[in-house]
Design a binder for this molecule. Structure first.
Ligand SMILES: Cc1ncc(COP(=O)(O)O)c(C=O)c1O
Length: 383
């Protein structure tokens, strides 16, 4: 039988490949972006309480009203933006699902969607699964700032969407307000929809702040903003996220969601609503900045070069130019097998596998994990 697969080009994601290699070689896993420490006790208790108290059946399709209201209140508190909990918020099983659903809501075969690379690796397959073409624009290393003329040049009559990500995986760069203004200048008077992947919105360091697309009144009218509870409450395995978008966009989003997922884990929604209303834990950016700073101080004792400290996210890029001239994929595999530390080669975040000899470390780990990893990296010698 000639099996008619919808998307044949996709291999296994690099995160699965490197995590499997890490397990196989008993390596310390600084590759995939997930914390290796416990979640806040209050959150696990809230989850257990919700299950024990009988909240175990289907929640409403758009999500639990109490959770959507807490999200709206949180955006009012933190960004001073008004979000309509009923008509603009949809709870999803993670942000990746929300990104796929938003693309599916708007893309038609033959459309184009612009992706700024390096990029989280679900974007391009999600565009292609919808019969559309991904048009890539490179963010130049080592600063990875957007070259707005290049974005402008990439826009054609067929462009239907631009997906952006701030704070950025894998580079740790964050957008300033002027970036949003530049984007607005480009999409004004077009039918281009923005997908704004803001999963790391609460992970911004050094006293800087995240600018949300929701704060830009003009862009907000044409945007899906996408979030993940996993990154805020260190519970990536819960796969809980949400989409905020104008009512018409939200309707289109829910038309897909109701027939794909329909609804999301009920006890987890109750637990998150409870925690949002009663959050007493240390802000996640404080915790994660401590981890970034600790990692940066340790990595100085190794031959890796840091071109730019991460301003946000879970990730720090490092150059191995003083250690090896191997291609980055080969280097990352060698480092895992021979030195017992797993990372992600940055070429995996480019469609054309562009290789700038950079690897990505995930620092959202226990202090002892980071210490043990760097002890191993210290044994590397310079070329
Ligand atoms: C940029 C970016 N978007 C989305 C996600 C996925 O979030 P979720 O686990 O909620 O699907 C990740 C996870 O690593 C990410 O780095």
């Amino acid at each position: 039988m000639n099996f008619p697969s919808k998307h044949t080009a996709t291999g296994t994601t690099i995160f699965t490949v490197m995590s499997a290699l890490a397990t196989q070689h008993n390596a310390i896993n600084l590759s995939q972006g997930f914390p290796d420490f416990h979640i806040d006790e209050a959150l696990s208790k809230a989850l257990g309480d919700a299950a024990r108290n009988g909240f175990n059946q289907y929640a409403p399709m758009p999500g639990l009203p109490a959770l959507r209201q807490q999200i709206a209140a949180s955006f009012k508190r933190r960004y001073n933006v008004d979000v309509d909990a009923d008509n603009e918020v949809t709870i999803t099983p993670g942000a990746t699902y929300a990104i796929y659903t938003a693309f599916t809501a708007i893309l038609q075969p033959g459309n184009e969607a612009i992706v700024l690379e390096p990029a989280y690796d679900s974007y391009i397959p999600n565009i292609e699964m919808n019969g559309a073409k991904a048009v890539t624009v490179a963010l130049p290393a080592p600063d990875f700032n957007v070259d707005w003329n290049k974005v402008k040049d990439a826009v054609t009559e067929k462009t239907r969407a631009i997906i952006i990500n701030t704070p950025h995986n894998p580079t740790g760069a964050i957008w300033g307000k002027s970036d949003w203004d530049e984007l607005a200048n480009i999409v004004r008077d077009t039918n281009i929809v923005i997908l704004s992947d803001e999963v790391y919105e609460q992970l911004v360091f050094d006293g800087e702040r995240h600018y949300s697309v929701l704060e830009h009144p003009e862009l907000r009218q044409r945007s899906f903003a996408l979030y993940s509870f996993g990154k805020v409450y260190n519970c990536t395995g819960w796969k809980m996220g949400y989409c905020i978008a104008p009512p018409e966009f939200t309707q289109a989003f829910r038309r897909i969601h109701q027939f794909v997922g329909f609804t999301v884990n009920t006890p987890a929604q109750h637990a998150l609503a409870h925690i949002l209303a009663n959050d007493t834990a240390m802000p996640v950016h404080t915790l994660m900045q401590q981890k970034r700073d600790h990692f940066l101080s340790l990595i100085k004792e190794t031959p890796f070069t840091i071109h730019k400290p991460a301003k946000g996210s879970y990730f720090q890029l490092a150059s191995y130019e003083r250690i090896s001239d191997m291609p980055d994929m080969e280097f990352a595999q060698w480092l895992t097998k021979e030195h017992g530390v797993a990372t992600i080669p940055v070429s995996a975040f480019y469609k054309n596998k562009q290789d700038d000899k950079l690897i990505r470390f995930c620092f959202s780990k226990k202090e002892e994990t980071l210490n043990a990893a760097v002890e191993r990296l210290k044994k590397l010698s310079e070329l």
